[in-house]
Ligand binder design. Sequence first.
Ligand SMILES: [Zn+2]
Length: 256
Amino acid sequence: MPSRPYVLAESNWKAVRDTPFEVAILPWGATEPHNYHLPYATDNYETGALAERAAEIAWKKGAKVIVLPTVPFGVNTGQIDLKLALNMNPSTQLALLTDIASAIAGQGIRKLLILNGHGGNDFRQMIRELQPRLDLFICTINWWTCVKSADYFDEPGDHAGEMETSLMMSLEPDLLRPLSEAGAGKARKFRIAGLRDGWAWAPRQWSKVTDDTGTGNPALSTPDKGEKFLNAVAEKIGGFLIDLSKADLDKMYESD
Ligand SMILES: [Zn+2]
């Protein structure tokens, strides 16, 4: 496969030196169990692939975007008792983000998109802290919120359910175990009504919530559903990248 000019890992110094990149995209995933049938790096495969597809769409429309390597470590404090769930604390993530963002800010890149693919990661407060210190516009997208998953799946699920399983069937079919080996992904709810209904919040202790590490039933997953959803999300993010690339940072708000 020839190298793609919008993927840093495939690019060389001459091409990078001569391209006036406007937007860097940092995919950020996690390494954690995903029921019995999906691999530990599921979030990284999904998020990296979406970043590349979206960047390709934007690049073909002339936007100078570059996908950075995927950060494979997410916040997994709620899964810390699950074997080889590799937690990275939010404070460590902030240190890592600070270093990456500071590096590219000094290299002429003006905008950074953090593409998040793991529910335990939350970059908003980090961006609030970091933004005033850097000459770099920083924004974030949780890719699973871009389009309505209920339009694409019978029962999208939360973790390793129909959505994630369908995406992985499309992206990395050789890494999946057959659906007959998957657990049902049954999730126990909080007893307290406010927490159950979502207007009160506390992190969930995963080992008490689910027996197979999944929260979502993968039974109705298909690669076709996955591919359609991937394309819809990539189109949406690709469009955003085009807008972001063109945007004048001194004129980010509508005029009166
Ligand atoms: Zn996942």
